[in-house]
Design a protein. Structure first.
Length: 438
């Protein structure tokens, strides 16, 4: 019998075929899970060790990397793929018989849910590790929520059942999100989306598209809680943050005040029009001919012709807590009949206290605000990876604790691969976190 020379596991010629194994290897090498493993091994004690703790844990991480939507799907992959079994740490002598049965994973996942504090500590450790190796990590943060359908039948459809049947999700709840806008012809449109399940609230680094904080709830806003978590666990990250991005669903005057007053972070949060009775503009306090609209755009009215012009933004004066606006006639060289009688003169300062929701340190009407707000799409791309690559589009997760565990594992894997890419000098592939399962 001819002897076949041993081949390298990750040769460049086979990189496409072994892409998922390469990513799994990065995860296993850079996941800070030693504390969790020692705790689980301590709890097992001198009991039977047919299926080692570390091997089962590694296989669960493999299921996340491979995008497997169920334990049975993961077990099929383990039985099929000998290289995967070896990489996870299962006995080569046992072969397929060494793959744990489904009940082993059921018990192991239940044990992991009891140690969510250690898994969250792994996430925090990965965030700290990336802050040390990535330039300006955390400078621009973005917050958004992601709806996760439970794919179980809603409770109201099963109220007649007295006993749990394994199909219900008793923790899930109904969530609603409203989209509205204006068409080109001026007519208004409105779309309401509802789902039964959970909501993943994510804070991500908008430049590197990596998560820095998360929370899983029954579909309720968690902006203040996430900000408190960052302040408690990563104060240096908030100290280096310059702007915080969010859509209008998180438009909150208290959040805007807290970001700037407590952390000197410029809030870049889309605003909702909360004005009643069709009010188009409001008069600036102390200025008889200067008004602003619900989006923060400032206009002046000519004292003679009453012609309205948008004032030129002159910057934010941090020491005074004011936004400076210049006379458009003098700034742009426009002829104004009432320039001599205009009480504005060369410029006008509007304090943030005029309206904390509307007037922010980075004015909403500036190009810089619009340019910064576009970075918020980083959260949407992270959410897309969770759906497509980590299997959240089609899952079989039931219960809030299971959902928290699954989200935490997926985000930890995302960060571990990113950290591994950086340490392996593969920054150009930093966003290639996982490959979608076939």
């Amino acid at each position: 019998m001819a002897i076949i020379p041993q081949q390298e596991l990750f040769s460049w010629e086979e990189i496409d075929e072994l892409g998922d194994l390469e990513r799994l290897k990065l995860v296993l090498e850079h996941m800070p899970d030693e504390r969790l493993m020692r705790q689980l091994e301590k709890e097992r004690g001198q009991g039977r060790d047919d299926y080692p703790v570390r091997a089962v844990w590694n296989s669960i991480l493999a299921g996340v990397v491979f995008g497997r939507d169920s334990i049975e799907s993961l077990r099929r992959e383990l039985k099929r793929n000998g290289q995967l079994r070896k990489l996870c740490g299962f006995s080569a002598l046992k072969g397929v018989a060494g793959v744990p049965p489904e009940w082993v994973y059921t018990r192991f996942l239940k044990t992991l849910m009891e140690h969510m504090d250690l898994i969250e500590a792994m996430f925090e450790s990965l965030v700290d590790g990336l802050r040390d190796v990535l330039p300006e990590f955390g400078r621009v943060l973005a917050l958004d929520g992601k709806a996760i359908d439970t794919h179980a039948r809603a409770r109201k459809q099963l109220d007649v059942l007295q006993e749990p049947d394994g199909r219900r999700d008793v923790d899930a709840d109904w969530g609603v999100k409203t989209y509205q806008g204006k068409r080109e012809d001026g007519t208004l449109w409105k779309k309401v989306k509802s789902w039964f399940g959970y909501k993943l609230h994510l804070v991500v680094d908008a430049n590197w598209e990596l998560p820095v904080a998360f929370e899983v709830t029954r579909a309720s806003p968690e902006a203040h809680r996430l900000l408190h978590r960052l302040d408690e666990r990563h104060p240096e990250l908030l100290d280096g943050c310059e702007s915080f991005l969010a859509d209008k669903g998180l438009d909150d005057g208290k959040l805007i005040e807290r970001l700037w007053d407590d952390h000197q972070i410029k809030p870049v949060i889309a605003i909702r029009n909360m004005w009643k009775d069709g009010e188009a503009t409001r008069l600036v306090t102390g200025a008889c001919n200067v008004v602003y609209d619900s989006n923060g755009t400032v206009y002046c009215h000519c004292p003679k012709s009453d012609e309205r012009r948008e004032m030129a933004y002159g910057g934010f004066e941090e020491d005074r807590g004011c936004l400076k606006y210049r006379c458009p006639a003098r700034h742009y060289g426009i002829e104004c009949k009432g320039a001599e009688q205009c009480p504005v003169g060369f410029a006008l300062r509007i304090p943030l206290s005029e309206d904390r929701r509307i007037f922010t340190p980075m004015t909403r009407s500036s190009y810089a605000w619009k340019r910064e707000y576009k970075k918020r799409t980083a959260v949407e791309r992270v959410n897309s990876r969770l759906d497509v690559s980590f299997g959240f589009e089609r899952h079989f997760i039931r219960g809030l604790e299971k959902m928290k565990l699954r989200c935490a594992l997926a985000l930890c894997v995302m960060l571990a691969i990113a950290l591994g890419r950086v340490k392996e000098k593969q920054q150009d592939e930093l966003r290639s976190l996982v490959r979608a399962a076939a």
